[in-house]
Design a protein around this ligand. Structure first.
Ligand code: DGT
Ligand code: CA
Ligand code: CA
Ligand code: ZN
Length: 592
């Protein structure tokens, strides 16, 4: 039962192993192209491989040889070539590829020139200084990068594996969509940490409301026969646990529709929120469990004694019976929400009216200005800001001052050509290690909007990092601090500034702090965004668009914002056009 992703991963690994062992560049790119074709194939390749194998060769970049490997993988679950390649390298070598920022080229150099053949031997080489002087890899900067990647990798190996929300939630939605079509199913919702919008998810929890017991069996059948299931961990009349390719676990629970709300409340968690709710119930002479809210008769399971619940079918009625507003799932973390007398109207995706951080083909984006503007228009936005990288981001093709000035003209021309949307000429200017910006004030003054972001020197000590961000905030031309810490979720820690000091300065100077909505970043993270809210700073929620699909990450930024209690009136992306103009212009007034 291999999925398209499994096949793609096998090809990807073959390409990497070939590259490491010095195989021909032609074969490496052929495997890599095949990997991409398989990953993006709309149809189930295993089905095609077993029923109409000839069709495989019609796919881009798939010839007879690659097609036969797909068929082999579909029928046997492995590829002999891959096993052979794995056997040809030291057993610890492929694990090096899992390190953040380490690709086949680096692994090859480490292996052939440094004699490093495992994460453990890399670790000792870093510690002993043996890497110093190695071509390309021996610089202090790359050694520091490797050290951090190794530390992350080893820390993750001890801890249970977690998945980034942007990878887990779409999988959960696909499972939910499938189970919704099963006869006798009334409602399907994703629960657990994914519903609460946490940045990472340990496992997915899917709740299925059924009209009768027979439907439970059909749900179970449908779940285990899903594409991509690598192992059935448990299978019973009310619960199925599955492991999917890549190791993500999904718990599917079937509950009667009459108790759906109580079960959804319970399995959404958090555990700590549930504990506080149960205490509140007890204080009111009630008993709360996953079957409902019952009059407390002193028994642990009132539902088994035929006692009718006070509320059970939906969450709102349970909260109401406990004398509380319905708490948005993102806020169910036992951070004081039990004391709320009314729920705040938190920001929603539909409140976002502009995108203020986007890249074009002029730096490292995939869309030209006009296509980017059309994309923003299709989202109903009144404004899109073009903020390509500044010159220090050479790896991202950052703009020299001369190119920036020409780019401003191109933005003006595009705005006139597209019509119906305002295009701001801006920049994502690097905040250099010492807090200086990558363009001088005279250049920045020519821009409509300035997003200032840290991209390098992300291992500074907290005090230096705080001063660095403060310096950027004090620059009168800066509107937004982009991804303020530079962290990558499950990849790199980034800066650890004193967020309260940074947020207070942002509030004072009228600078917004960004929640970068990409699920690899979510930076500000929830706790930092909460500190920013408490300090009175404005928040930006930006998709940092590099490709069209990045615009779909908005919901992850919004969930993070909701976890921090962000309301639309505190988010600059929710301003109407006049309000945005006023906010941008205020900064130009030189008040500070
Ligand atoms: P995760 O999967 O680690 O990202 O986090 P959750 O919150 O999804 O946790 P999970 O999958 O273990 O359980 C889902 C929900 O079920 C959890 O948020 C609250 C509820 N739950 C699970 N075990 C317990 C428990 O022992 N006591 C209480 N009160 N609730 C529990
Ligand atoms: Ca979970
Ligand atoms: Ca679970
Ligand atoms: Zn950036």
């Amino acid at each position: 039962m291999a999925s398209n992703a499994d096949i793609a991963n096998a090809f990807e690994e073959m390409a990497a192993l070939l590259e490491i062992t010095g195989g021909s560049g032609f074969r490496v790119s052929a495997y890599r192209r095949a990997a991409r074709t398989c990953a993006e194939a709309p149809d189930d390749l295993c089905v095609i491989a077993t029923r109409v194998p000839k069709q495989l060769e019609a796919m881009e970049g798939i010839g007879a040889g690659l097609a036969s490997r797909i068929i082999e993988f579909a029928t046997t679950g492995s590829m002999a070539d891959l096993a052979e390649l794995r056997a040809a390298v030291p057993p610890g070598l492929p694990e090096l590829l899992e390190l953040q920022g380490v690709g086949p080229k680096t692994v090859r150099t480490l292996w052939t020139e440094g004699g490093i053949d495992s994460v453990a031997s890399l670790k000792s080489a870093i510690e002993s200084g043996a890497l110093e002087g190695l071509l390309r890899i021996g610089t202090p900067k790359s050694i520091a990068n490797l050290r951090e990647a190794v530390e992350h990798h080893l820390a993750a190996a001890g801890a249970p594996k977690r998945f980034r929300i942007g990878q887990a939630l779409p999988v959960g939605e696909a499972v939910a969509a499938r189970l919704r079509t099963v006869a006798g199913v009334g409602r399907v919702e994703i629960a657990g940490s994914a519903r609460r919008g946490r940045e990472t998810v340990g496992d997915l929890d899917v709740l299925v409301g059924i009209h009768d017991d027979a439907a439970g069996g059909r749900v179970s059948e449908s779940a285990v026969s899903m594409e991509g299931v690598s192992k059935v961990l448990a299978r019973g009349p009310t619960k199925v646990s599955l492991r999917l390719a890549h190791g993500l676990q999904v718990d599917v629970r079937m509950v009667p529709m009459a108790a759906f709300g109580a079960a959804l409340l319970y399995f959404t968690g958090s555990k700590e929120h549930n504990v506080q709710l149960r205490e509140r119930a007890i204080a009111r002479g009630l008993h709360l469990n996953e079957y409902g809210l019952f009059p407390d008769d002193g028994s642990p399971a009132p539902q088994e004694r035929g006692i009718a619940p006070v509320a059970a079918a939906d969450e709102a009625s349970i909260y109401a019976a406990l004398g509380m507003p319905t708490i948005p799932p993102e806020c169910r973390e036992a951070h004081g929400e039990l004391g709320w007398t009314e729920a705040p109207r938190l920001v929603e995706v539909g409140d976002i009216r502009c995108e203020l951080h986007a890249h074009t083909t002029e730096s490292d984006g995939q869309l030209p200005i006009v296509a980017l503007a059309e994309l923003a228009k299709s989202r109903g936005f009144h404004t899109i800001a073009v903020t390509d990288h500044s010159r220090a981001s050479a790896q991202a093709n950052g703009l020299s001052v001369e190119r920036l000035l020409r780019h401003i003209d191109a933005v003006r021309a595009a705005e006139a050509a597209v019509g119906g949307i305002r295009i701001l000429a801006g920049s994502e200017v690097d905040i250099l290690a010492d807090g200086h910006l990558d363009y001088d004030d005279e250049t920045l003054a020519k821009l409509d909007i300035v997003v200032a972001s840290p991209h390098t020197a992300l291992r500074q000590d907290p005090a230096t990092a705080t001063e660095r961000l403060l310096a950027a905030i004090r620059n009168p031309f800066v509107h937004i601090i982009g991804h303020p810490t530079g962290r990558i979720i499950l990849g790199r820690d980034g800066l650890s500034p004193d967020i309260r000091t940074v947020a207070a300065a942002a509030a004072e100077h009228g600078v917004a702090l960004e929640i970068n909505a990409h699920w690899m970043r979510l930076d500000l993270r929830d706790s930092h965004a909460r500190a920013a809210m408490e300090a009175g700073a404005m928040i930006a929620i930006n998709c940092d668009i590099h490709a069209a699909e990045d615009a779909d990450n908005l919901r992850y930024g919004v969930m993070t914002a909701r976890r921090a209690g962000v309301t639309a009136d505190r988010c600059v992306n929710c301003l109407d056009r006049t309000g945005l103009d006023r906010w941008l212009g205020l900064r130009r007034g030189g008040r500070h």
